[in-house]
Design a protein around this ligand. Structure first.
Ligand code: SF4
Ligand code: SF4
Length: 198
């Protein structure tokens, strides 16, 4: 699928988007991309992505904000780091993918299930200091709405089997010690990130 997507829909260009992206620390490094394609041929999930990482950088340059932030590419990235270690320009692609996820959420490009899952996981960790599977699932399905909740009921047999084998705990774990401090660290990191994005 990647690199062969040709859409007949009119394309909106947003040159502020390229400027905004390339002004961040990782974006500045991504500007060095020479379109060699090493990341694209190295990526194990490329065939599931709307655009390969190589093509994504080209779309950023062209200011195609909807195509970039509305794509599933960053959500399909597993942060395996293969592209990062092979990129001849030393571009930190994994960090760039994380930045694009943050941009997509901040600008409400969140139609992919993976976006809801990432948010549900993150909110759960922020709340407890660790992930509780039941909490992640509840947050995810509430975010996705009734259609997804119905699908969850279709998987009840699997859920029951996991419960039976102790793979799906019913009782939430205790919150970690030092949760308040962890939340303060995260808050500070987010404030720094916002400052850098300005
Ligand atoms: S490997 Fe690096 S330089 Fe080559 S296309 Fe990918 S990001 Fe660009
Ligand atoms: S880090 Fe992401 S984009 Fe890079 S090779 Fe792995 S899955 Fe693909």
């Amino acid at each position: 699928m990647a690199d062969n997507n040709v859409s007949s829909a009119p394309i909106k260009y947003d040159h502020n988007f390229a400027q905004e992206f390339f002004s961040t620390e990782n974006g500045r490094l991504a500007q060095k991309c020479m379109q060699c394609g090493m990341c694209a041929v190295s990526c194990a999930t490329k065939d599931l992505m709307d655009h390969s990482p190589r093509r994504l950088f080209n779309l950023v340059r062209a200011g195609k904000k909807d195509e970039v932030l509305g794509s599933n590419t960053m959500w399909m990235c597993t942060s395996c780091c293969t592209c990062k270690v092979r990129c001849p320009r030393g571009i930190p692609l994994v960090d760039v993918m994380h930045d694009l996820k943050n941009m997509a959420i901040a600008q409400n490009y969140v139609s992919y299930p993976q976006a809801a899952f990432y948010q549900a996981f993150w909110q759960e960790v922020l709340n407890r200091g660790r992930a509780f599977e039941g909490g992640v699932m509840a947050r995810y399905y509430l975010k996705r709405g009734w259609g997804e909740i119905k699908k969850a009921f279709e998987m009840k047999d699997l859920g029951m089997s996991m419960l039976k084998h102790g793979r799906l705990p019913m009782v939430p774990p205790r919150k970690i010690k030092g949760l308040k401090e962890l939340q303060q660290i995260i808050e500070k990191a987010q404030a720094l990130q916002r400052k850098e994005a300005k």
